[in-house]
Design a protein around this ligand. Structure first.
Ligand code: NAP
Length: 479
């Protein structure tokens, strides 16, 4: 396949592509068949990448912000110009429908533009000491060599959301993409190279053994920052490692988003929002609506409209025109979703749509609507990561908020109501880093993305996104 052949398959270290003796297979989730193989880094390759990033750090930090910014802007333009090819690569390795993959390329490009603009707008300070006698100079410096680890579900955007601010702040980096979707990151590395990112500033290592590759890098004192997006379980393990050197971390972890529909909601808007919040990326998003709680008076009508809409969504390989629901990432994901649905049924949930995995080839699970889902069903406490909408009924606002907050996660929540006072009251009471008030998608490079509780630490995007890669230095000046 020409489009797959166009992606370099080696490790990208110090501005050059490196072959490895071992190889990592990449599969098409729509067929289950192998697409190609990429390099499989050994721990020594990882240390070479860290050495390259370390050697490049001082020069990149000294490079004028305007120059760094212009390189990022060139990369943004190259991504947009190549969105068709890059989107196709993403669809083939990850499964998302082509329209969503093209959208993700544009989303990734926008992170580069947003942070290119931030690079030249860093602030500082000059203050008299309140006690007199000295002045405070406050400036901001790059944190240093950064390790960036990304998941498979948004294989390019999660990388751009870290590489953009790291490079804008003056940090060099070693990037490790998920083993199921290395091609999107390798393609992004090739674009950054073409845009003029100097050797060693961005290094990309792919591996079948992430712990063996990354643990020595995390424990190495040349690394100054870990920015991780992935599951809460792996995030906790990495936080323990980072504690040993008190390494700065940003953690974008799992979610369990509640989606609340009040009786005074615009029901059509709520159904549109639920489709967006539930089915983007075929339900495989940290922001996916995981529990849909609907007030009693509109619960039946909402279930009817949502079921009708979900039943009409075409499912198939993401490369086919018109497909809205693609395959899940692998067979294990299908087995996990099937088990969660079976558990909910055993506990009394009713199946309104779907409910059984589809026969292969490919990893397909159909759009599924469950009603009367009890709070003790496993899918109310686990990220479903599939196109399954579990509906439950609530009576009062206090009850809705209490049930929404009854989770260790706190990434995002969605609230549908036409009553502004109620909307703001509920948004403030929800224990999440983000809320969609009458909207089903919150992701935006210009907004601060991130969670509270076990959904993570720090924010990506927005005005504060670059802070994750900066240290504040205070210089006391005697007068
Ligand atoms: P994952 O299993 O935690 O993996 C994430 C990344 O960590 C992958 O690159 C993985 O490599 C790597 N990794 C695994 N074990 C490691 C170790 N011991 N040392 C270093 N790296 C290690 O998560 P996933 O299944 O790819 O992604 C889905 C999860 O990401 C979901 O929980 C989702 O909610 C979360 N997510 C969060 C956000 C957010 O912004 N909050 C955004 C997107 C996704 P391998 O691929 O080789 O295992």
């Amino acid at each position: 396949m020409l489009v797959i052949e166009s992606v370099p398959k080696g490790l990208y270290i110090d501005g050059a592509w490196r072959e490895t003796p071992g190889a990592l297979p990449v599969f098409d989730p729509a067929t289950g068949k192998p697409l190609c193989q990429v390099a499989d880094a050994a721990p020594a390759d990882g240390l070479d990448a860290l050495a390259a990033a370390t050697a490049a750090q001082a020069g990149w930090a000294r490079t004028p912000a305007r120059t760094r910014s212009e390189i990022l802007l060139r990369a943004q333009q190259l991504l947009l110009a190549d969105a068709e090819r890059l989107g196709t690569i993403m669809t083939l390795e990850m499964g998302k429908p082509l329209a969503e993959a093209r959208g993700e390329v544009a989303y990734a490009a926008e992170f580069l533009r947003w942070f290119a603009e931030a690079a030249v707008r860093l602030d500082g300070g000059y203050l008299p000491a309140p006690t007199g006698g000295s002045r405070f100079l406050v400036t901001r410096q790059p944190v240093g060599v950064s390790l960036l680890i990304t998941p498979w579900n948004f294989p390019m955007a999660m990388g751009a959301r870290k590489i953009g601010p790291a490079l804008a702040a003056g940090c060099t980096c070693v990037v490790k993409p998920a083993e199921q979707t290395p091609l999107s990151m390798l393609a992004l590395a090739a674009v950054l190279h073409e845009a003029g990112v100097p050797p060693g500033v961005v290094n990309v290592v792919t591996t079948a053994d992430p712990g063996a590759l990354m643990t020595p890098l995390i424990l190495d004192r040349r690394s100054r920052k870990l920015s991780f997006t992935g599951s809460t379980a792996v995030g906790k393990q990495l936080l323990e490692l980072c504690a040993r050197t008190v390494m700065r971390t940003s953690m974008e972890l799992g979610g369990n988003a509640p989606f609340l529909v009040f009786e005074d909601a615009d029901l059509d808007a709520a159904v549109d929002g639920a489709i967006a919040a539930k089915l983007r990326n075929t339900g495989q998003a940290c922001t996916a609506a995981n529990r849909i709680l609907v007030q009693r008076g509109v619960a039946d009508e909402f279930a009817r409209r949502l079921t009708e809409r979900m039943a009409a969504l075409p499912m198939g390989p993401g490369t086919e025109p018109g497909v809205v629901l693609g395959p899940l990432i692998d067979a294990d994901a299908v087995a996990k979703v099937s088990e969660l649905v079976a558990d909910a049924r055993r506990r009394g949930a009713a199946v309104r749509l779907g409910g059984e995995p589809l026969a292969g080839p490919g990893n397909f699970y159909p759009a599924t609507v469950l009603t009367d889902v009890p709070d003790d069903a496993a899918l109310c406490h686990t990220e479903i990561f599939g196109p399954v909408a579990p509906l439950a009924v609530f009576d009062t606002e206090d009850e809705a908020v209490a049930r929404a907050n009854d989770t260790p996660y706190g990434l995002v929540a969605y609230v549908y109501t036409e009553n502004l006072r109620r909307g703001l009251r509920v948004c403030e009471a929800l224990e999440t880093g983000m809320v969609g008030l009458n909207q089903g998608v919150v992701s935006n490079p210009a907004a601060p993305f991130g969670g509270v509780k076990e959904s993570g630490l720090g924010r990506e995007g927005g005005f504060i996104g670059i802070d994750e890669f900066l240290e504040t230095k205070y210089i006391g000046v005697a007068l």
